[in-house]
Every structure is written in structure tokens, then in C-alpha cells.
Design a protein around this ligand. Structure first.
Ligand SMILES: [Zn+2]
Length: 102
């Protein structure tokens, strides 16, 4: 493992550790599904699957998005869209967008 990857893993661990404290400061705020840091403190990576803000889904923060391969991202998206009960057409759109790197 290279030095950069080692540093990124240390940051990953630190992010997960501070997530709980951040959640206390932002009660009720939705969070990145990977690091659990609330949207109030981290930038979300949105995927638009239709017109308007209602047709955008944010599952991962920008840090976590960049850390993952397309397949790894899809895993998180799949869990999220299944839990939230999106219709089949939207699910398909979102999966395709994530696979294309959007
Ligand atoms: Zn994250």
C-alpha cells in the first residue's frame, strides 16, 4: 500500500470517529451513508436523475465518493434506494448514472 493510500485510510478512520460528535451538533441531519458525517458539515455528492431538486439523490459525501470504485458506490446506492422505496424506473436511472460515474 502506498503512502497516499495509507494517509487516506487514516482520514477515513478519523472521519468515522468524529461523525458521532458531528451528529450531536446537527441533530436530525441526514448523513453520508459511508462515513456517517452529517450534511451540515460535509459536502454531498448529488446524482440528478430528473429535473429539479426533488429528482436528486445524495448518498455519499464528496470524500467518500472519490474513495470508492464505481461498483463500491453502487453498493451504497443500491442499499439506499431500496430502503427509500424508489420506483423501478427511478432505481434503474440512478443505477445507470452511478455506473457512468455521475
Ligand atoms: Zn462520507
Amino acid at each position: 500500500m502506498g503512502t497516499i493510500e495509507k494517509i487516506k485510510r487514516i482520514i477515513d478512520k478519523a472521519n468515522k470517529k468524529i461523525a458521532k460528535a458531528m451528529q450531536l451538533l446537527a441533530p436530525g441531519s441526514a448523513c453520508c451513508v459511508r462515513c456517517n458525517r452529517p450534511w451540515r458539515f460535509v459536502r454531498k455528492r448529488s446524482t440528478s436523475y430528473g429535473p429539479g431538486k426533488a429528482c436528486a439523490v445524495a448518498v455519499l459525501c464528496k470524500w467518500c465518493w472519490r474513495r470508492l470504485s464505481t461498483q463500491e458506490r453502487l453498493h451504497y446506492y443500491n442499499n439506499f434506494i431500496e430502503e427509500l422505496g424508489f420506483d423501478e424506473k427511478s432505481k434503474e436511472k440512478i443505477r445507470n448514472l452511478v455506473l457512468m460515474g455521475n
